[in-house]
Ligand binder design. Structure first.
Ligand code: G6P
Length: 608
């Protein structure tokens, strides 16, 4: 969640670094800082709060420099103050470092350094690392960084500079993403492609325990033990325009409205209706083994976990493979039983969520096949899995996940058919299902027309502080997702429940101050859902129903009806979630909340 941007080249570095930091703004941060080398000296500026605070502190002393580091920090060790902000320097003021991650043994290292008479100014683990590198420095920054990192336990993505070596940046990673952008006589280092893409599309991704030594005219990569590593140069597919707002007030709105296109991209080339099959290039190497697995564990966090729950329904229904969905954070710590023939599917937008990553490592350690269904190309999860499927929905900037969720559910719908077809599903059933799936982007487009109506409903209940979301079967994960969307961006308390559970407790809460969203599309659970609506109404609750187009009956029962197009039951979640995303969005806007950067939340949770 912290952001790293570094540059070495020919240009005035400061404006470039600040612009890079702004591109990483969406990841969430609480302080920022920058350091450059000019006239053989480090010039450091830091500020608590927004990047604008830091900009106010920039002055002439920094201008004209052509090497520098910049950072946005999300506090882990120590309060979000200027003193704790990065960059951190050593005692001599010659070495500066920016760091993402956590140095777990920093207390021991701090004691070691204290015994040598080295005192810390901040409360951070990062300053300890700066001092350690400096302590080991004997004229070569790259050697000192390697030596220091061999002593470190924990995770890091770092960039380091030294005033005595004004033509080199040393970068290294373990567990925190780091990308090197390759320009003409210039190089960038960043924790996220968004900070690089306006300068170059050519990048390398550092792997764990790799070190890069970057000059103005080239770079080298090695392991921590100084063994040379040859890296492949890759192209970033995302353009800068894709990262910008495109006429919307917020990224969340942009991302909700671009879902039809995102889904078309997600499915492109993956459905072969002539052969009644799903083509998933990323699974080619594991397909035979995967089809024979006895059990699938789906795991993720937050919204990705809701997608995983839907995946369980879909895979069990179409492929008849027993599935379990686990919170990644629980799975990683409970010594799970992994029998032969188990596959783990890690679902993640960012591909960097630490709990999801740890869960997949745990699974791999115990011999499971591990797959990643990830949006962010080249992210850590994609590098640690046996195989995977990219969501291909484009970058998601709003902290509240929307189009990535739809992408996750779509990819899960594809894998369910992919496995199903190779097991029990007939060619014709598979054909029908896939033909319907291909129509979903149009159905989503149609569903977006409820936006104005959701704004009106949000306005009517804007003073209500508690909401319930009820759903059965495939609509239960959607109830959870709808409630999560509302609470995370509008700060209204909301609970999602399997509808039948309402009578086991939550029903006691219902009165006229409790809006209740009931997911009641036509299908298996329709009659039962009508029963739930009656129960809510008879206790004075206000009902907002999500129902299938043409269902007039439900109008008699509910206070409001949000209609979605008629799609096959297994695919309904892809449309019923849309009105709930919009409800949350409008509620947050009406309450004046920071929609894209809700308080206390970050886009990617890369530390525990
Ligand atoms: C954070 C975000 C959520 C997201 C979750 C999992 O909590 O705020 O929106 O669902 O992480 O993120 P991932 O990148 O792994 O999908």
């Amino acid at each position: 969640m912290c952001g790293i941007v570094a540059y070495i080249g020919q240009r005035d570095v400061c404006p470039l670094l600040i612009e890079g930091l702004k591109r990483l703004d969406y990841r969430g941060y609480d302080s920022a800082g920058v350091v450059v080398i000019r006239d053989g000296r480090l010039r450091v500026r830091r500020a608590a709060g927004r990047i604008a605070e830091l900009e106010r502190k920039l002055d002439e002393q920094l201008s004209g420099a052509t090497i520098g580091l910049a950072h946005t920090r999300w506090a882990t060790h120590g309060a979000p103050t200027e003193t704790n902000a990065h960059p951190h320097c050593d005692q001599s003021g010659k070495l500066a470092i920016i760091h993402n991650g956590i140095i777990e043994n920093f207390r021991v290292l701090k004691q070691f350094l204290a015994a040598k008479g080295i005192a810390m100014k901040s409360e951070t683990d990062t300053e300890v690392l700066a001092q350690l590198i400096s302590h080991l420095y004997e004229g070569s920054l790259e050697d000192a960084v390697r030596k220091a990192l061999r002593e470190v336990r924990g995770t890091f993505g770092i960039a380091v500079i030294h005033a005595d070596e004004p033509d080199v940046i040393v970068a290294a990673r373990r567990g925190s993403p780091l990308i090197i952008g390759i320009g003409k006589d210039e190089y960038l280092v960043a924790s996220d492609a968004a900070a690089i893409v306006q300068h170059t599309a050519r990048v390398i991704y550092l792997a764990d325990n790799e070190v890069a030594v970057i000059g103005r005219d080239g770079f080298r990569t090695t392991t921590l033990d100084a063994a040379p590593v040859t890296k492949e140069i890759e192209e970033i597919e995302w353009t800068l325009e894709q990262l910008e707002l495109g006429g919307h007030d917020h990224f969340m709105s942009k991302e909700i409205f671009e879902q039809p296109e995102a889904l078309r991209n997600c499915m492109r080339g993956r459905i072969d209706l002539d052969e009644d099959r799903v083509v998933l290039g990323g699974l080619t190497t594991v397909a035979r083994e995967l089809v024979r697995v006895k059990r699938i564990i789906l795991t993720g966090c937050g919204t990705a976990w809701h997608a995983a729950l839907l995946g369980e329904y879909l895979i069990e229904e179409l492929a008849r493979i027993p599935c379990e969905t686990e919170y990644a954070s629980e799975f990683r710590y409970r010594n799970p039983i992994i029998e032969d023939g188990t596959a783990i599917i890690s679902i993640s937008q960012s591909g960097e969520t630490i709990d999801t990553l740890a869960a997949l490592r745990e699974g791999r350690e115990k011999g499971a096949m591990v797959l990643g269904f990830v949006n962010s190309v080249g992210s850590t999860i994609t590098r640690e899995t046996d195989a995977g499927i990219y969501l291909h929905v484009g970058p998601e900037i709003g902290v509240a996940s929307t189009k990535a969720f739809l992408g996750q559910v779509t990819v899960l719908s594809l894998i369910a058919a992919f496995l199903g077809r190779r097991r029990h599903l007939s060619a014709s059933s598979c054909h029908d299902y896939l033909a319907q799936l291909l129509k979903i982007p149009d159905a989503v487009e149609k569903t977006l027309e409820v936006s104005d109506q959701t704004r009106e409903i949000a306005a009517e209940y804007i003073e209500n502080e508690n909401w319930l979301y009820l759903g059965r079967g495939l609509q239960y994960p959607i109830a959870l997702e709808g409630a999560l969307k509302l609470k995370e961006i509008s700060y209204i308390h909301a609970e999602g429940l399997p509808a039948a559970e309402m009578k086991h407790g939550p029903i006691a809460l219902i009165n006229e101050d409790m809006p209740v969203v009931v997911l009641a599309p036509r299908g298996h659970w329709y009659e039962k859902s009508l029963g739930n609506i009656e129960e809510v109404r008879s206790r004075g609750g206000r009902v907002i129903a999500v129902a299938t187009e043409g269902d007039d009956e439900i109008r008699e029962l509910a206070d409001h009806v949000l209609y979605v197009p008629n799609v096959p039951e297994l695919l309904q979640p892809l449309v019923t979630v849309i009105p709930l995303q919009l409800l949350a969005y409008h509620a947050a806007v009406l309450r004046g909340c920071d929609v894209d950067k809700p308080r206390n939340l970050a886009k990617a949770v890369t530390v525990e």
